[in-house]
Design a protein around this ligand. Sequence first.
Ligand code: AQP
Length: 334
Amino acid sequence: MAERKQRAFSGIQPSGKLHIGNYTGALKQWIETQHSVDGIYCVVDLHALTSTEKTSEKTVVDQSREVAALYLACGLDSNASIVFLQSEVWTHPYLSWVLETQVPLGWLSRMTQFKTKSSERDSIPTGLLTYPLLQASDILLYDADIVPVGDDQKQHIELARDIAQRFNSAYGEIFTLPQPKIGMDGSRIMALDAPTEKMSKSRALLSHGHGIGIVDEPDAIAHTIRRAVTDSGSSVSVESAGPGIRNLLNIYKAFSGETDNELTTRFDGKGYGTLKSDLTDLLVEKLAPIREEYHRVLAEGSFLDEVLSKGKERALQISSEKVALVMESLDISR
Ligand code: AQP
């Protein structure tokens, strides 16, 4: 009998403009492995309801469509993978409630992301605390073996695994134990205006120099890189670079695929200006086809709707079987 392919699940929140970190940490990995795994990729719009920032005049659904369009524009093949919107598949919040009844509160309150995000707000919505349970549901509903994400999500995926383990030992082998899959390069891109902080969609809304959008125009890319914080010196040393230059080099590496040795040959002893201008050229070149395809997919519209409708049906089919199993194991199915 043919072995089952590994199944991958991942998603991105429509909580702002997607940036190059979302690309190198998540999307790039999805696309590179899409023909060797069974991929399920979701726009996690219910998660985005926990963000306070009003990202634009657009509705959440418009932003969700844009994120889905970007998945396709980056190269996700909708014939090979399932692409859908989380809010259209009822099993996600349903399983999340079931997990709420099973998971100790302390497991959630110790999550780093909860601590950081809650410390920045006066009023903390319950959803910010229970967010990892909805995320665990996203993953566990599909028996995902791997979850390709950036480094910041590692703790949440490990939590999903712990939850699966706890549930299985109480009720039988219901869930597959997922593993985070963190890429080699670009798994943590830092902010260009504050290179000790992670680049993030929501922060980018507050500061123009913070991040580079995947679909930013060349002028905007050049402008942001020109203003990027560097180190206190003036010439590049790959081996002993400080946070600002290390971040620019990491971005170059993630987009060019070059090794540290190749970066050393290219940049060591050169001025910061050279690094910035080469990085600008590289990003403009790599992002141009994605930007063009993104605008084309959005303008065409009907193809995107077909992909999302087909994805919704397939996601519902797979995940409702898992919910039925869970309910049976809890003895509440008629
Ligand atoms: N700076 C980053 N470098 C590499 N990978 C990153 N990811 C996020 N930031 C970086 C990865 O992109 C995916 C997006 O996941 P998400 O939308 O659920 O939320 P997030 O991790 O909280 O991403 P952001 O950009 O920081 O969004 P906001 O500001 O809305 O919270 C994940 O795979 C993540 O690891």
